[in-house]
Design a protein around this ligand. Sequence first.
Ligand SMILES: [Zn+2]
Length: 332
Amino acid sequence: MKSGHRNQSADDADPVRMTRELVRTPSVNPVLEAGGAGEGEIAKLVAGWLRGWGYRPVTTEVAPGRFNVVARRGAAAGPSLLLNGHLDTVGVGEMAAPFSGEVREGRLFGRGAADMKSGLACVLNVAARLAGEEIPGELIVAFTADEEHASLGMEALVASGVAADAAIVCEPTSLAVMPAHKGFLWIDVFAGGRAAHGSRPDAGVDAISHMGHVLVAFEEESRRLARETDHPLLGAASLHAGTISGGSAPSVYPDRCQLVVERRTLPGETAERVMAEAVRVLAVARERCPGLDARVEAGLYRAGTEVPVTSGPVEGLVSACRRAGLPGAVEG
Ligand SMILES: [Zn+2]
């Protein structure tokens, strides 16, 4: 059924044109790069397009200057499909022309062209095409803020009660279908020492050297994970040191050292379980370094996710890819 209220048509929703306009609308995550634009302008752009196709998008400020845009159509009584993309990008660093959206030799250039303004354009194209159709269930289009840092937008979306029977996140995957995704936990490790002048080994306790024992024990744990964990699509769980800091001067025993370890989790691994492992790692380090004064704290955690490869959305995407002449690979 054609809606008579739309003042734009699906023909206006060319994905390349929209990707260009999205790239030309900076939305650098301001937490990652000082002065980053955030999602204000890009939220206005996508909401405007959606309105033009007859949707009633709702824009929500999830944190100062940070916006989600959600639009729905169809009957809530039927099965629901959520299409998601994030509006923010990482920083531009030294890029020469980050917001040009220039097309050269069949490629579109600019920050976020791949991750994930082209994905947003695909979602928008679907929204435009379905705008005039009767659909048997509900379509929920959800564009979220802050995916590149702490996922404030997705957290707010979930907290708002939005739920769906199936969801497709249009992140770049080289057109593979990815039904499984690792999660992560950031583990803060604090080691204490005793400050003293470098000439006073009798008084000083070297927190950085002590942390060395902790690092080695974590490295052994990473080898254990490689040996003992496995997932058919995701492989083994892993961990690595992310950042380390400590010490005040070459001639002073450092009284503290802080390490952040990132543990990549498999679906089903909880933060509690990973923290219990981290406590065991500390116990190993303490055996080797009896004076070790160290503790671990859980930082940001995002669970891994998976849906069965035999589920409707996965099989549907694979067959859609094949119809389009694409391999339809299933990866993690
Ligand atoms: Zn992304």
